[in-house]
Design a binder for this molecule. Structure first.
Ligand SMILES: [Zn+2]
Ligand SMILES: [Zn+2]
Length: 267
């Protein structure tokens, strides 16, 4: 049904199922994907985050495993090696090294949290409750987009996950972020993970935490490019066709420009 998925995690992050990388490839072939991109939560030198991302010493194993699957399956499916990474200013030079030295094929921006200069996590953007956190989300995301290192903005409306009223600040931030994505050719992701988790009461509204109608109405107005990302934490997410169909319907409902594959900036 989908041609490509660029948002796939592995057991290394500590909160995905304990499947082998190859099981994701097998399921992707079963689902008739032409491309499967691995984008595990980035493992960072000098920073550990238990149950959130793998430790840095797992990195080489990730590269070796995905690169050998690339080779093994090359006649059947295109496999890409990437990371989902936060906008941590301290680590942006590291990301640039990974891309420029072609160690990885691509980066997707998952602006989950902020880090201060001491390497401490300060805000979690799935639980934004103040305008200053909203603006911090915007600042960090725009800083990352402007590096030109990222090709996809994963769940770009994560900052709205627990926001009850889409006010003027939300509108302004959404508008500016979408504009930037257009300018830097970053695809906005319709995240199937949010759809899989079902709707929740947020304020008076029963909705997905993401994707959100308010945000994607603006994406539609601005005619920015979108891509569906399965955000797989299990190989079975790749063959969960119902959730994928719902994502396609979401795109249709909002009249979005839905791309079925990406030509990566850095390859
Ligand atoms: Zn995850
Ligand atoms: Zn994410």
């Amino acid at each position: 049904m989908l041609k490509a998925n660029y948002h796939t995690h592995t057991f290394r992050c500590g909160h995905a199922g304990s499947f082998k990388d190859e099981e994701y490839v097998e399921k992707a072939i079963e689902a008739q994907f032409q491309t499967l991109g691995f984008s595990d939560h980035i493992m960072l030198p000098g920073f550990e985050q238990y149950k959130y991302r793998g430790n840095f010493d797992m990195c080489q194993n990730y590269y070796n495993s995905i690169n050998s699957l690339k080779e093994k399956y090359k006649e059947r499916i295109e496999i890409l090696l990437g990371f989902e990474a936060e906008s941590f200013p301290k680590y942006l030079p590291y990301y640039s090294e990974l891309i420029n030295n072609k160690i990885i094929d691509y980066l997707i921006l998952g602006n989950h949290m902020s880090m201060d200069r001491f390497g401490r996590i300060t805000s979690m953007f799935g639980k934004v409750s103040t305008a200053s956190d909203l603006y911090l989300y915007y600042e960090l995301a725009s800083k990352a987009i402007k590096t030109n290192l990222f090709t996809i903005f994963a769940h770009p409306d994560l900052f709205l996950a627990s926001v009850e009223v889409f006010d003027n600040d939300c509108y302004k931030i959404s508008n500016k972020l979408i504009e930037l994505c257009k300018q830097y050719e970053v695809y906005l992701e319709i995240n199937v993970g949010g759809i899989r988790n079902g709707k929740k009461m947020i304020g008076t509204e029963n909705r997905f935490i993401y994707p959100t109608d308010n945000f994607f109405d603006i994406v539609s107005l601005q005619q920015a490019k979108c891509i569906i990302g399965i955000d797989a934490h299990s190989p079975y997410n790749l063959t969960d066709y119902d959730s994928c169909i719902e994502a396609v319907q979401f795109a249709k409902k909002h009249d979005l420009i839905l791309c079925d594959h990406i030509n990566f900036k850095h390859r």
